[in-house]
Design a protein around this ligand. Structure first.
Ligand SMILES: *Cc1c(COP(=O)(O)O)cnc(C)c1O
Length: 430
């Protein structure tokens, strides 16, 4: 009998100690109801909660765990690194080793700066873009999320949308007045904005495959169009690959679509489940970063050796050609089978995915941007989410999050998931 009494007690206690009982908002289950699962441990594709229930996990810490939970080689790398000292605030050889690994698969990154989170990577890349161009305005897409930096908390996808916080209090108008928002997958909207604000825009930042309003691939020619238009206006193009990096393709979206950004932001997978971020790209732009140039950006724990060793081990295992091909094929099989089950239950559902991340939108409209993503039935998702949980499958508690897979999502895990989905749709339709 599935019971979560201990999770419930822990959540009640946490609510008296932390805002909403959580360290990051989506974890509180506001969009789906009920009390969040408290996790005890993870192994491969599975997690176990504090009540002893087991779940196939598609959250994978919101993307980083490309090789699943507690892979023995990642654990060994972390243990070895920690035993030698967790942080020095000094140079180590692991920094160049990680950057080298990233550059092998993302050759557009001529120089890379390591930081501690995706948010920090994006903030720093924007500061750099503004300094390099001498301009203040930036363009972003509705429904894209780039971390919680002030100037980007405008129409920012999952977390913000799920909570119904379109304009975040505490963000000064003066900070967002330079943020211009365009619809995703519409490069002519970008052209219009760049003409209107000619000479004032420093950069356009985009998730090359959107992942924070559910997964939405770029339409044909979109990224190429952005590249052409930004170049014509001397505007830097920043690909935020914090999520897509190493999930849509071993070389990220820029390799998959063959479009070269000026700057790239990374995070998640490159830390293998430990805190990390990074930004990089053209050497002439990165030369503006201190100490080579005048743009200040620093960090006590930046280039942390434990995070680097976890990231390196994860990239080595996860980007292996056979491992990658296996994970991608398991994912597309899963997507197809989920779609068939939905059809069998006459549930309108769109499955969008690229590589090792995908989403199921409960709508009969094809989902290409924020407007169409938000036609997805949130109440129906909440029913499916809760039924899946009871059947032993852990999805992210918001319809606007992606499902992530790993090298550990084997046939047993996938089969378990498909059985659960069939039962969950029965409950949700019922
Ligand atoms: C997760 C994410 C971020 C923020 O990264 P954090 O490490 O959570 O700060 C930024 N951009 C994208 C595209 C992301 O998916």
């Amino acid at each position: 009998m599935h019971s979560r009494v201990r999770s419930q007690a822990l959540f009640a206690a946490a609510k008296n100690r932390m805002p909403g009982g959580v360290s990051s908002p989506v974890r509180a289950y506001k969009a789906v109801g009920g009390s969040p699962v408290f996790v005890e441990r993870g192994a491969g594709a599975w997690i176990e909660d504090v009540d002893g229930n087991r779940y196939v996990d598609y959250v994978l810490s919101y993307g980083p765990l490309l090789v699943g939970h507690a892979h023995e080689k990642v654990v060994a790398a972390v243990q070895d690194a920690a035993a030698k000292g967790t942080s020095f605030g000094a140079c180590t050889e692991h920094e160049s080793a990680l950057v080298d690994k990233v550059q092998t698969v993302m050759p557009t990154i001529e120089r890379l700066r390591l930081v501690n989170s995706g948010t920090e990577a994006v903030m720093s890349a924007l500061r750099l873009a503004r300094a390099f161009t001498g301009r203040d305005k930036i363009v972003k897409c509705a429904g894209n999320y780039h971390g919680h930096a002030d100037c980007l908390l405008v129409q920012a996808g999952s977390g913000v949308a799920t909570l119904g916080l379109p304009n975040c209090p505490g963000v000064p108008n003066s900070t967002v007045k330079d943020t211009l928002v365009v619809p995703f997958n519409d490069h002519s909207a970008v052209e219009t904005v760049l003409n209107q604000y000619a000479g004032q825009v420093a950069a356009m930042i985009v998730e090359p495959v959107a992942g924070n309003m559910g997964v939405i691939p770029p339409v044909d020619g979109y990224l190429e169009g952005l590249r052409r238009i930004t170049k014509a206006h001397d505007v830097l193009l920043i690909f935020d690959e914090v999520m897509t990096g190493f999930r849509v393709h071993p070389g990220g979206a820029q390799s998959l679509f063959g479009v070269t950004p000026d700057l790239t932001t990374l995070g998640k997978v490159i830390g293998g489940g430990l805190p990390i971020g990074a930004y990089g790209g053209r050497a002439d732009i990165m030369a503006w970063i201190a100490p080579e140039g005048p743009v200040y950006q620093a960090g006590t724990l930046s280039g942390n050796p434990v995070a680097l060793r976890a990231g390196l081990a994860t990239l080595e295992l996860g980007l292996d050609e056979d491992a990658w091909a296996y994970t991608a094929s398991q994912t597309s099989f899963l997507m197809n089978e989920l779609a068939s089950i939905a059809t069998r239950w006459s549930v309108p559902m769109q499955v969008n995915g690229v590589g090792t991340m995908f989403s199921c939108f409960f709508t009969d409209e094809s989902v290409t941007d924020w407007g169409t993503a938000s036609t997805s039935d949130a109440d129906f998702f909440a029913k499916v989410f809760n039924a899946m949980l009871t059947c032993g499958v852990n999805l992210a508690p918001s319809q606007y999050e992606a499902w992530f897979t790993s090298t550990a999502h084997d046939t047993a895990a996938v089969t378990h998931t498909l059985r659960a989905f069939d039962k969950a749709l029965k409950v949700a339709v019922g």
